[in-house]
Design a protein around this ligand. Structure first.
Ligand code: ZN
Length: 421
């Protein structure tokens, strides 16, 4: 299997951030990593292999070095824009249709969500009847379950001249006909092997069911849902597992909620990374001053996908720095520090790329375009270490079906493997 085929498989099995973390957990357990829990005291040993999760949707895996020399970290994110089901999701229309009441999660391109098979996945919580403790169940309907139909061109002749979607009116998925009794939550419960009445809480999302595709005359492209940022999360884990991890404390960390500003306990603005670093330091017998010194000997790559120049709309890109699919790993700069790359971290990144023998290219916004942001600058507020913002060039960012390049993904894995060597 090629790297892209493996990535496509990982993405297909990761309809939500919870599933992406479960996939990574399974892989780490298979590779001999021990799970730690934030609620326990940790007794770590040199050369030990561990992972820990927070909120069910953020994960950090790490290996302790024999001799202490600081941290090497790759950060990415597990979430993507999609629709979240509201409580009591079924809504009737025209006494004939059942629709699902959803709200937008993240800054999505809305039009591409219409007229394609969608399904529902996420997690539910039930109470254990004996102990009274809460149990988390991941759930995925794994079949075409709903669809957001477009309005016919005949009913809006201006449809092709731009349309302002109303999220409460235009984007509600059709779920069933109303002539029979329906219960989505009953269906969800059955899929999880529990009773509907036992569900005490849920985080359920509508996701795109379209399978990933590897295509192009020379099979140079990969198109898939959630490439931003599962492609980087996948590459980070691959590099982490393949790298020899001898010198520094190597950390693969994936945060949730980047698409909604990272301001949650499992997001990059919270303490997940700093708590982890300080607990590692403490278990290695190092004090706070040692920790501050160690940050000076550390480096972080914040990996989140980047915009490739669009073949049909090339004028939206910067006149000089124009990343393309197939051009190599992208290094991102922004004067206003939406990306935290500076001259020094750029130089460190380029040294690494030279060592790994991978091509690189640069992304900057046009000076008259605000552009996006990512998690790097938020992480460095908590953990002030040298950081470069990087990513893979892709088209249609925040569409439910995005496109990137196979050679770039392979280059990213090679770069990360070298970083963790
Ligand atoms: Zn992203």
């Amino acid at each position: 299997m090629t790297v892209s085929e493996q990535c496509a498989k990982f993405i297909e099995k990761s309809p939500t951030a919870f599933h992406a973390v479960a996939q990574m957990k399974a892989r780490l357990v298979a590779e001999g990593y021990s799970e730690l829990f934030e609620k326990d005291h940790w007794n770590l040993v040199p050369e030990g292999k561990y992972f820990v999760t927070r909120g069910g949707s953020a994960l950090a895996a790490f290996v302790l070095p024999k001799k202490w020399t600081g941290f090497h970290i790759i950060a990415s994110h597990s979430d993507s824009p999609m629709f979240k089901l509201k409580e009591q999701p079924e809504m009737e229309a025209e006494k004939s249709y059942i629709r699902l009441n959803v709200e937008k999660y993240g800054g999505m391109l809305m039009a591409p969500w219409l007229d394609r098979p969608l399904s529902i996945a996420g997690r539910i919580f039930t109470e254990d009847r004996n102990s009274g403790t809460l149990c988390e169940h991941l759930v995925d309907l794994e079949e075409d379950a709903c669809l957001i139909p477009n309005l016919a061109i005949h009913m809006n002749r201006d449809a092709n001249n731009g349309y302002a979607y109303n999220a409460q009116k235009d984007l509600l998925p059709l779920y069933a006909l109303a002539d029979q009794k329906t219960s989505l939550m009953k269906r969800i419960a059955a899929k999880a092997g529990v009773e509907e009445g036992d569900i005490l809480g849920s985080d359920l999302f509508v996701y795109n069911r379209t399978a990933p595709s590897i295509w192009g005359e020379h099979r140079e492209f990969i198109s898939a849902p959630r490439l931003d940022d599962l492609e980087c999360a996948f590459a980070s884990l691959e590099g982490f597992l393949k790298g020899k991890k001898r010198e520094k404390c190597s950390i693969h960390i994936v945060f949730d909620n980047e698409e909604v500003g990272s301001g949650t306990k499992q997001g990059a603005s919270a303490t997940f990374l700093v708590d982890l670093l300080q607990r590692i330091e403490k278990s290695m017998g190092r004090d706070y001053e040692d920790y501050v010194i160690d940050l000076e000997h550390s480096f972080m790559l914040s990996a989140d996908n980047a915009h490739a120049v669009h073949p049909n709309v090339p004028e939206k890109a910067d006149p000089v720095n124009r990343p393309v699919i197939g051009g190599g790993v992208v290094l991102k700069f922004n004067a206003n520090q939406k990306y935290c790359t500076d001259g020094e971290s750029a130089a460190m990144f380029r040294q690494l790329a030279k060592k790994a023998k991978v091509k690189t290219q640069v992304f900057t916004n046009r000076s008259d375009v605000a552009g996006g942001s990512t998690l790097g600058n938020l992480s460095t507020l908590r953990v002030p270490m040298r950081t470069a913002d990087i990513g893979l060039a892709q088209l249609a960012m925040h569409s439910p079906y995005e496109t990137a390049g196979n050679a770039d993904l392979a280059a990213m894995v090679k770069l990360f493997t070298t970083f963790f060597a």
